[in-house]
Design a protein around this ligand. Structure first.
Ligand code: CTP
Length: 403
C-alpha cells in the first residue's frame, strides 16, 4: 500500500499520456496523495480537468497561475514529495532533466526534488535506441534516478519495438516494492569493505590485485536501497556511489582499511567483507625510488597484514552479522567452509575462478553462499547488482529469523 505517500506525477507530451489517468487513479486507490505537474505538450494529450478531478488538486503546469498570478513553487513541491514519478517521459524531457534544461515547471520541479525519482520512458523504438537517449538515461541513473524500462510491442507509430511505457499497474507495483524495500534494513548501519588494497613498495610502485570494487559497490547500493546507512570502506577504484545513504571512506592500504573498518564495526549490525585485501605488504617501504641495480634479481621481504574479517569475527557481538567472501581456485567448498569457521562469519560467498563470468572485474558473478549451519546455496550466473540483491535478501531473512 502507498497510504500517506505524497507523489508528484510528472506527465509529458507522449501519446502514452492517456494512460496517466489510469496511473493516477491506481496510485490514489492504493492510498497515495498525488500532485500532477504537466508540461505544455502533455496538455495536448490529456486535459488538466481530468487529472485535477482525479487528484482533487489543481494541476500545476506553469510557473504562475494565469487568472490570479499565484506563484507555483517547484521548491515546495520538491520538499513535499516522498517520490516523483515522470510517466510518460518523452525523449525531450529525459534530455532536459539529464542536462538541467529548466525551461518548464516539470523540469524545475525535478531539479528541486529531494525525494527519489522514477522515470518511465515512452517513445518510438528508434528514438529510444538512439545513443543520445541512452546516454541521457545512463546519466539519470548516475544521479540515482530509477528508470522503469519500457516494454516491447506495437507503438503509436504502428512500428513494433521497445518504447511502450510500462503498464500503469506494473509501475505502481514497482513503486510499492520500492517503499517496502526501504523498510527492510531501516535503522541498520552496514559496514562494507570493497576493492583492492595497495601496499607501497616505494613512491612509484605497489603490490595489489585485480579487484574492481564492482561487487562491493553493488552491495552498498543494495543495502542503502533497503534503508540502511552504509559505511563503504573502499580501496583505490575508479567508481562512484549513487545513493545518498552511502558514506564512502577511501583508503589505500590494508592497515588503513583495517583501522576504518574496526572503527565503524561497533555501531554496525551487518558487515560485508568484500574487499580483496592484500595479505602481505613490503616489510620495508623505501622513501626513494628503488633503482635498477646490476644484481640479477631483487627479493622483496613481505610482512603479514591484519586479517580484517578475522578481527571483526573476534569482536562480533550478538545481533551483528558478518558476511565474507572467498575466492578459490581448488577445493572450493571445503576451503570456503574452513574460512567461514576460522573467521567466525555467518555467511561466506564463494567465487570460483573455475566458473566463467565469476570473480574479479566483470559485470557478472556466480556465487555459492554457505552459512554457519553448513547449508550451501548455489546461485546461477547473474549481474553483480542481482547477486547483491540475493545476498542482501539472505541477510535480511537471517535478521528476521534471529530478532
Ligand atoms: N579478508 C580480510 N582481510 C584480509 C584478508 C581477507 O578481511 N587480510 C577477508 C576478505 O575480504 C574475504 C575473506 O576475508 O571476505 C576471505 O578472503 P580470502 O582472500 O579469500 O582469504 P584469506 O584469508 O586471505 O585466505 P587465502 O588467501 O589463504 O585464501
Amino acid at each position: 500500500m502507498l497510504t500517506g505517500k505524497k507523489i508528484v506525477l510528472g506527465i509529458t507530451g507522449s501519446i502514452a499520456a492517456y494512460k496517466a489517468a489510469v496511473l493516477c487513479r491506481a496510485l490514489i486507490k492504493r492510498g497515495a496523495e498525488v500532485q500532477v505537474v504537466i508540461t505544455p505538450a502533455g496538455k495536448e494529450f490529456i486535459t488538466p480537468v481530468t487529472l485535477s478531478a482525479l487528484t482533487q488538486k489543481p494541476v500545476v503546469s506553469a510557473f504562475f497561475t494565469a487568472n490570479d498570478g499565484t506563484w507555483n513553487s517547484h521548491v515546495d513541491l520538491g520538499l513535499w514529495a516522498d517520490l516523483m514519478l515522470i510517466a510518460p517521459a518523452t525523449a525531450a524531457t529525459i534530455g532536459k532533466i539529464a542536462n538541467g534544461v529548466a525551461d518548464n515547471m516539470l523540469v524545475t520541479t525535478y531539479l528541486s526534488m529531494k525525494a527519489p525519482v522514477f522515470v518511465a520512458p515512452a517513445m518510438d523504438l528508434d528514438m529510444y535506441a538512439h545513443p543520445a537517449t541512452q546516454r541521457n538515461l545512463e546519466r539519470l541513473k548516475s544521479y540515482g534516478n530509477h528508470i522503469i524500462e519500457p516494454g516491447t510491442g506495437l507503438l503509436a507509430s504502428n512500428l513494433d519495438g521497445k518504447g511502450r511505457m510500462e503498464e500503469p499497474d506494473r509501475i505502481v507495483n514497482r513503486i510499492e516494492r520500492f517503499f517496502e524495500k526501504e523498510k527492510e534494513l531501516a535503522g541498520n548501519k552496514v559496514l562494507i569493505t570493497a576493492g583492492p588494497t595497495q601496499e607501497k613498495i616505494d613512491p612509484v610502485r605497489y603490490i595489489s590485485n585485480y579487484s574492481s570494487g564492482k561487487m562491493g559497490f553493488a552491495l552498498a547500493e543494495e543495502c542503502a536501497g533497503r534503508g540502511a546507512e552504509v559505511f563503504l570502506v573502499s580501496g583505490p577504484v575508479e567508481r562512484t556511489t549513487v545513493h545518498p545513504r552511502i558514506k564512502r571512506i577511501d583508503v589505500e592500504t590494508a592497515e588503513e582499511m583495517y583501522q576504518a573498518a574496526a572503527s565503524h564495526f561497533p555501531e554496525a549490525t551487518i558487515a560485508i567483507l568484500c574487499a580483496a585485501v592484500a595479505d602481505y605488504r613490503p616489510a620495508q617501504y623505501s622513501k626513494n625510488k628503488l633503482k635498477r641495480q646490476a644484481a640479477p634479481a631483487l627479493s622483496l621481504e613481505l610482512t603479514p597484514n591484519p586479517d580484517i574479517a578475522a578481527a571483526l569475527g573476534e569482536a562480533k557481538k550478538n545481533g551483528q552479522l558478518l558476511m565474507g567472501f572467498a575466492l578459490e581456485t581448488e577445493n572450493e567448498l571445503s576451503n570456503a567452509q574452513a574460512k567461514l569457521r576460522k573467521k567466525n562469519l555467518d555467511f561466506i560467498v564463494l567465487n570460483s575462478l573455475q566458473d566463467r563470468g565469476a570473480g574479479f572485474r566483470g559485470d557478472t558473478n556466480k556465487v555459492t553462499v554457505m552459512d554457519a549451519e553448513g547449508n550451501a546455496s548455489p546461485f546461477p550466473l547473474k549481474s553483480k547488482s542481482e547477486v547483491a540483491a540475493d545476498l542482501v535478501d539472505l541477510l535480511v531473512n537471517k535478521k528476521r529469523t534471529t530478532e
